[in-house]
Design a protein around this ligand. Structure first.
Ligand code: PLP
Length: 399
């Protein structure tokens, strides 16, 4: 199988697997135990914390390990809202956030918080001037993702960081799609909370973190043994944490080389599709987009069918976001960008990773045009057949 679905998840880097193995075999002690075995494991957890902090220029004490991006986003939003409810009731987020942000916000709206969703332009970009206009005296939290998972658009987070600095508002950014893919410096970005998930950056699934700037108060979601500075109770996922630390270290070392390779491949694919397929719309921003991220809407096809036909040919891609795959509802991201229901259901996401090769791109570019034109040809005939059959059935009924 050719794997073009790295925005959904990535394979663990071999060095990550190697680093994790001892913690699933011999080094199984609880890091809170006071004996020698426990202390050794604690050292490994703290080393990983340093490695993750180093990736984003944070202090290790500002890293709270969680079970992944979803939990980190929930902790950032619900934790901030519960800790700051005396300061205000108003939260602003972009309309193209991942469900792991939109759903906790929906929950908070049921608890009496006022949520304002910031519109985006046709490239999926928020307008900082519009954000400024939406700020109210009781706004205490802004959440805008670093880059979008469906269309790859990178948001002007540093400008937002600047904006909140003057106003004393807490700024959260979901960096699940950018950590390990773009350089991140939380000091320059001016954010107070930042979400990372290890499985999008060649680390294991089920582990991530929330960066919490010193001085920002959060209410924990999980209560228990007081691990992670009281912010996330529960015995640490040691193997996961160690793997996450190693992934952060590997990504930091390779970031520039991978970014160069993935930007080149992305642009090759975008140009190749534009040249070969009429009626193909690149979704998201042409320049301000993630390296390795390609997303198109193809007029007259259903993305589920394209995904299926590519799967038959040995290629794994997604129609929009992988986590929306079982539903047939149009993507909320493309809808917010002004796409019709029909085009929003015709979206394909090809997300490349470090293992992909030029030969794989050649093969993909050779078969995709035929798949799209086949589906476009078959669709009207199929619909016509269906309509004729329904008409026939109806005539039979009244005969
Ligand atoms: N945020 C974004 C932008 C994502 O793309 C994802 C995963 O697809 C998540 C959050 C959720 O992360 P996790 O799978 O680690 O819960």
């Amino acid at each position: 199988m050719i794997y073009f679905d790295h925005a959904a998840t990535t394979a663990c880097h071999p060095e990550v697997v190697e680093a994790m193995l001892p913690f699933m075999q011999n080094q199984y002690a609880n890091p809170s135990s006071l004996h020698r075995l426990g202390k050794e494991v604690r050292l490994a957890v703290e080393k990983a914390r340093e490695e993750v902090a180093d990736l984003i220029n944070a202090d290790p004490q500002e890293i709270v390990f969680t079970s992944g991006g979803t939990e980190a986003n929930n902790l950032a939003l619900i934790g901030t809202a519960y800790a700051n409810w005396l300061r205000g009731k108003h939260i602003i987020a972009s309309a193209v956030e991942h469900k792991a942000v939109l759903e906790p916000l929906r929950y908070l709206s049921e608890q009496g918080f006022a949520i304002d969703l910031l519109p985006v332009d046709e490239a999926g970009m928020v307008d900082v001037e519009e954000l400024k206009r939406k700020i109210r005296p009781d706004t205490f939290l802004i959440s805008v993702m670093h880059a979008n998972n469906e269309v790859g658009t990178i948001q002007p987070v540093e400008e937002i960081g600047e904006l909140v600095r003057e106003r004393g508002i807490i700024f959260h950014t979901d960096a699940v799609q950018t950590a390990g893919r773009l350089p991140i410096d939380v000091q320059k970005m001016g954010c107070h909370l930042l979400t990372i998930s290890a499985h999008k950056m060649y680390g294991p699934k089920g582990i991530g973190c929330l960066y919490v700037k010193k001085g920002v108060s959060l209410h924990p979601l999980l209560h228990g043994g007081g691990q992670e500075n009281g912010l996330r109770a529960g015995t640490e996922n040691v193997a996961g944490i160690v793997g996450f630390g190693k992934a952060a270290k590997v990504c930091k070392a390779c970031l520039e080389a991978w970014s160069w390779q993935l930007t080149y491949m992305r642009d090759r694919l975008i140009e190749g599709i534009n040249e070969r397929i009429p009626g193909a719309y690149l979704t998201g921003h042409r320049a301000n987009r993630l390296p390795g991220h390609v997303s198109f809407a193809f007029v007259g096809v259903d993305s589920h069918e394209v995904v299926q036909m590519l799967d038959d040919k040995g290629i794994a891609v997604s129609g929009g976001a992988a986590c929306n795959a079982p539903t047939s509802s149009p993507s909320h991201v493309l809808k917010a960008m002004g796409y019709s229901d029909e085009l929003a259901k015709a979206a394909l996401r090809i997300s490349l990773g470090r293992e992909n090769t030029d030969e794989e791109l050649d093969y993909f570019l050779a078969i995709l045009p035929d798949i799209i034109s086949l589906l476009r040809d078959v669709r009207p005939a199929f619909m016509k057949n269906m309509e004729e059959r329904m008409w026939q059935d109806r005539r039979d009924l009244y005969r």
